[in-house]
Design a protein around this ligand. Structure first.
Ligand code: OFO
Length: 137
């Protein structure tokens, strides 16, 4: 049985991952409007990956008999003007998501929940990749 705090943090993370997907759809929409279909496609792919991340956590919680509660997804709030704004905001956002994953990892570590730590290892590595993908300077 999962520790309540760890499980609740994972439940919240489903929403954060879905917000990431929504944010990246917004970035794709911005590039599509600018006629940059390759960039739009790349962010559409990122959005799908984020949804997979959400479903991965949902599945983990279901596998551990936790009753998941899905929350409302916020509206993407970034004002996109310049062509590199999505990359800039994307990097900022991925750093934020990394910090959230680390908070869950810390909570799991505190209660010696090694299984959840192992589950989160993939997310820790993935965050490193995603931060790197947004580096443009
Ligand atoms: Fe942006 O990657 Fe999910 O966790």
């Amino acid at each position: 049985m999962l520790d309540q705090k760890v499980a609740d943090l994972l439940n919240d993370q489903i929403n954060k991952e879905m917000y990431s997907a929504y944010l990246y759809l917004d970035f794709a929409n911005f590039y599509a409007y600018k006629g940059l279909n390759g960039y739009a496609n790349w962010y559409n792919i990122q959005a799908k990956e984020e949804m997979d991340h959400a479903v991965g956590i949902l599945q983990y919680l279901q596998d551990n008999d936790y009753q998941v509660t899905l929350q409302a997804i916020d509206k993407p709030d970034k004002e996109l003007t310049h062509l590199d704004d999505p990359l800039k905001y994307g990097l900022e956002h991925e750093k934020y998501v990394t910090s959230l994953i680390h908070i869950i990892y810390d909570a799991a570590y505190e209660v010696k929940d090694y299984r959840t730590m192992k589950f989160l290892d993939w997310y820790v590595s993935e965050q490193g990749e995603e931060e790197k993908m947004h580096l443009i300077y």
